[in-house]
Unconditional design. Structure first.
Length: 317
């Protein structure tokens, strides 16, 4: 039995085709196999790595380019080129639609370009992704007030705007913005008085200076859009723009809002005061800023019964 199996094995082997190692076809096959192995084990990983790096570079370049566009648009707004700023923001959205909900600066540019419906949409969209910032809700309210604007019945316009007030999912930690939210949402006189008090805070810290600026800014916006009192709005806007924070703060886009508001309304004139003309250096790294002349000039011109501001101090950072 074993001999028979052995014979059969020999016969089977004899029937197999003999492949010569010197056969050109066999040699070519071996070379091709070797090349495939090198391609898979050595070259392909390198190509994949280069592809991944190229994709990462494209994403990074798009990100940097997006930042450049946003910065350029903000700079145009600061120069009172609101319509051009809107075009830049819109160009970015065409390239990167996912960026739109985060472009709150676009909403402000739209507001001053008097495209109030689009501005309101932008602020409402932003509020959904930025739940802790009440400023989007305030600006959406202001935008709707301008849409519903009825000089003969502002109370009716405010009622409609408040009925559609943005519902915030979070809470803004800034005291000044809590008061702004209360004033805009309810018309609370207590909130308004609290903001007036905050606007007079001595600027002994950056936070206090910021509170004073934002109080004046949002009181000015409210006075114009809700109360229809342009003279009072002008007072508060000049106060915000000329405050220590409004003059010297860097990196806060909102300081340019007060300036653009004044320019758009034609409220800049020779009697405007800037705190840069009323400063003096003192020891201990503290700068004392007197806003007496600024407040006095505006109060005399506009006949407002507001008390004079105290001398302010701001820490130099």
């Amino acid at each position: 039995m074993q001999q028979r199996l052995r014979r059969q094995r020999i016969l089977t082997n004899d029937l197999r085709p003999k492949v010569s190692t010197t056969d050109p076809t066999h040699t070519a096959h071996r070379k091709l196999t070797r090349r495939r192995k090198i391609l898979i084990t050595e070259i392909l990983p390198v190509l994949l790595s280069f592809t991944a790096q190229a994709k990462a570079r494209v994403v990074q370049e798009e990100l940097l380019d997006s930042r450049t566009i946003v910065t350029r648009a903000m700079q145009k707004f600061e120069r009172n080129l609101c319509e051009e700023a809107v075009l830049d923001f819109d160009g970015l959205i065409e390239r990167q639609p996912g960026a739109k909900p985060y472009l709150w600066q676009r909403g402000i540019a739209l507001f001053y370009a008097e495209e109030f419906k689009e501005a309101e949409k932008q602020f409402r969209m932003d509020a959904r992704v930025n739940a802790n910032d009440t400023e989007e809700a305030a600006w959406a309210f202001l935008s709707q007030m301008m849409i519903e604007k009825k000089d003969d019945d502002r109370d009716a316009s405010a009622k409609v705007a408040r009925a559609n007030f943005v519902e915030l999912r979070g809470e803004d930690s800034r005291k000044v913005m809590k008061e702004v939210l209360e004033l805009y949402r309810t018309g609370s006189e207590d909130a308004r008085e609290n903001l007036v008090a905050l606007s007079k805070k001595p600027a002994v810290s950056t936070l206090d200076a910021s509170d004073a600026f934002y109080s004046a800014l949002y009181l000015g916006l409210y006075s114009e859009a809700v109360l229809g009192d342009r003279r009072e709005a002008k007072y508060w806007m000049k106060k915000a723009s000329g405050s220590p924070y409004g003059v010297r703060a860097t990196g806060d886009f909102m300081t340019s809002v007060a300036k653009v508001h004044l320019l758009r309304r034609g409220w800049t004139d020779e009697d405007d005061f800037s705190t840069k003309n009323n400063t003096k250096q003192t020891p201990s790294n503290v700068e004392v800023v007197s806003t007496h002349a600024f407040d006095q000039s505006i109060r005399n011109k506009e006949n407002f019964p507001f008390p004079e501001s105290k001398t302010m101090m701001m820490l130099i950072v």
